[in-house]
Design a binder for this molecule. Sequence first.
Ligand code: TRP
Length: 366
Amino acid sequence: MKDAGEQLAHSTSSASLRRSEERSKQIEAEIDKDPSKFRVLTGDRPTGNLHIGHYFGSLANRVELQNKGVETWVLVADYQVITDRDETGPIRERVYSLVADYLAVGIDPAKSVIFNHSMVPALNQLLLPFLSLVTEAELLRNPTVKSELEATGNRALSGLLLTYPVHQAADILFCKANLVPVGKDQLPHLEQTRVVARRFDERYGRAVPEEPVFPQAEALLSKASLLLGMDGHKMSKSRGNTIEIGMSADETAKRIKKAVTDADRHITYDPENRPEVSNLVLLAALTSGRTPQEVAEEIGDGGAGQLKKLVTESVNEFFAPIRARRAELAANPDYLREVLYAGISKANERADLTLDEVRQAMGMVY
Ligand code: TRP
């Protein structure tokens, strides 16, 4: 068998990406048959407000999984904020803003567990045995860590940035999740998680080898087409090209008004050759439940002005109930705190059980 570390280095190759895509499709079908086979963990770093790219790229899918009956854990990864920056910033506000976003879009605290990992000591303690299972070379060649380091202008690599994929393994394995909805960029981390799980059992494993302590977690790749920002570049807060879930209808209209288009008045859906116009068409389609082709045909020779008008109406109409609910939630900090603390309590219960198993397996029982 190939060394697991070698596999990790190759995990972003196109062949393995295709395999992950195919496997994701199979998993979708398996979920429809028997959702109880899966436990999902997903999460976000609390670095800013969530935008409609997050909504269509991942949040809507989480809600769908939850509503299909898949046990879902939603993590606010607050320690991950300091992997590549010096300050925690307004972390408290951001954590609660994320909780409000989650609830507003339909994550239901009666069905899903929302928690932040800094409040779950046993989860974090898993990092110590897990770090013993990986080598410095493996950590240094993680492609996502490398590109994140470059994105910070080549500042010194902190120990936390270097090891955060292993911390993320603890996020996933503390609750024994076997399914992680992710974008392609996170595939190397999932491979790292599987390596950690496998090596834990090889090294410290229990007497009964067919009962591993940790599952092999698989990726569920997003099916949604990627939404671009209003300038045609990747949607990101720092570019000011996002539409946040919590924005007002007026702010949304302003952002869409400024959107980049092109000189051709005839509107078509052609993402390859007309990325900016097609992105607006896609956005109208996603928010009105139609296909992009239908939207493009409706506008026809109406030009960018008419397209933007349609996009604005349709985005604002789609997000109106979500925004109303978000405003209600934001006005009720006690409720948000209650939800978060209930999630933290469930996460602690689960993490304590897992850490006990780990101690047993390692013979560290006193
Ligand atoms: N790295 C993820 C992000 O940047 C957040 C995250 C932390 C996560 N731990 C995780 C995602 C575990 C999936 C599984 O959005």
